[in-house]
Design a protein around this ligand. Structure first.
Ligand code: SAM
Length: 220
């Protein structure tokens, strides 16, 4: 008898987690979330068979779902600095990063600027029973009504750190954001201590642009 499809995906998911360990992801909470969340559900049908490969894939409308390593890397950075609390994601995209954060027990909100992606994820989260609150809008301005946030993760490339996001960080909170142009962006962590902000920079990545008032203008 032919194996059901979900068994195949589960095997692939285990292999993805094994690879993440080899690449240096050590946070067990992060790895547990990666083994639980069904990544293939966040893919469009044309790319679903690539869901567990370590690559970014198109999700439509010129956008991508980030590769597993990138999601695991950013999530680990967050988990090390803020183990619990309310977290804001900018750039809902496929919804995968938000679902990982939800599986780790954070109170998650996520902002997306493209209506088609926002609506698709709202429907998917409804079907999967994922309680992440979603908003359609310009995430470079954050989501002030629910601030302050213990953590903010930006999953699109910003030309500079948006002031609004700094202001919406809780005392002791961290903002994780790739900063730079089309040639590559430096993963940057800004941690707030009262009115002081500490900045650390890490590896270089390649994200689609953060388009908005405090991001790139369309014609930048
Ligand atoms: N986190 C996503 C996931 O798990 O699939 C991947 C995000 S994708 C690399 C970047 C997303 O940021 C795109 O969906 C894009 O439309 C969105 N984006 C770009 N500028 C934005 C802005 N100003 N506000 C909100 N979303 C934005």
């Amino acid at each position: 008898m032919q194996k059901p499809e979900y068994d195949e995906y589960e095997l692939q998911r285990r292999e993805m987690v094994r690879q993440l360990r080899l690449y240096g992801i050590v946070n067990e909470r992060v790895l547990k979330a990666f083994s639980e969340v069904e990544r293939h559900r966040f893919f469009i049908p044309e790319y679903r068979n690539r869901a567990y490969e370590d690559c970014a894939c198109p999700i439509g409308y010129g956008q991508t779902i980030s590769q597993p390593f990138t999601v695991a890397y950013m999530t680990s950075m967050l988990a090390e600095r803020c183990p619990s609390g309310n977290v804001l994601e900018i750039g809902t995209g496929s919804g995968y990063q938000a679902a990982i954060l939800d599986a780790m027990g954070y109170e998650v909100r996520s902002v997306e600027r493209l209506p088609e992606l926002h609506e698709r994820v709202a429907k998917l989260f409804g079907e999967l029973g994922i309680p992440v609150e979603l908003r359609l809008g310009d995430g470079s301005l954050g989501w002030p009504e629910h601030a302050p946030y213990q953590g903010i993760i930006v999953t699109a490339a910003a030309p500079r750190i948006p002031h609004a996001l700094k202001e919406q960080l809780a005392d002791g909170g961290s903002l994780i954001i790739p900063v730079g142009g089309a040639e590559g962006q430096v993963m940057t962590v800004l941690t707030r201590e009262g009115y002081t902000f500490h900045k650390d920079t890490f590896e270089t990545f390649a994200f689609v642009p953060l388009v908005g008032r405090e991001g790139w203008r369309r014609d930048d």
